[in-house]
Design a protein around this ligand. Sequence first.
Ligand code: SF4
Ligand code: SF4
Length: 161
Amino acid sequence: MYGKGIAKGLAMTAKHLFRKPVTVQFPEETRPIPARARTNLLWFDERCTGCSTCAQACPDGCILVQTAPNPDGTLEKVRYEIDFRLCMYCGLCAEACPYEAIQVGGRLDDAVYVFDNMYRDKHALTVFARDYLRRTRAALHQVETAAVPLVQTSIEVGQSK
Ligand code: SF4
Ligand code: SF4
């Protein structure tokens, strides 16, 4: 009885002895990350209407949307900012967005030396999304598709951080 157990143990050891190691020497080596991995947040200016639904859905209050009315009834996005110092990457903002203008995904290697650099305005978010799409060529969505404008007449200001 004991002999059988020892043989099984040795067989398992022998099996792993000649197997290719699964360890990856990060950061020199990285594993391929699926395009739809929930690694970060991507915001697409072209799709965003400034409706503030994402800001209202965020439990941490880390999305700031400030808009002004355009003559044609659409909203000018004066400010769109995400405070990644507070974000817990729950993805509720992406689920709430009616236009898929904010989506989960993006760079995994997003560490910064200066903590305040985790606060990103719309220009930084656009650079971030464009850079990610260019680097990965991920077919997430047709981001060039124009968003359907919302007809609103008053200034709508989302929640601040
Ligand atoms: S919910 Fe979507 S469309 Fe509305 S402000 Fe947020 S990102 Fe833009
Ligand atoms: S992922 Fe969660 S915490 Fe981060 S901005 Fe979206 S709703 Fe807020």
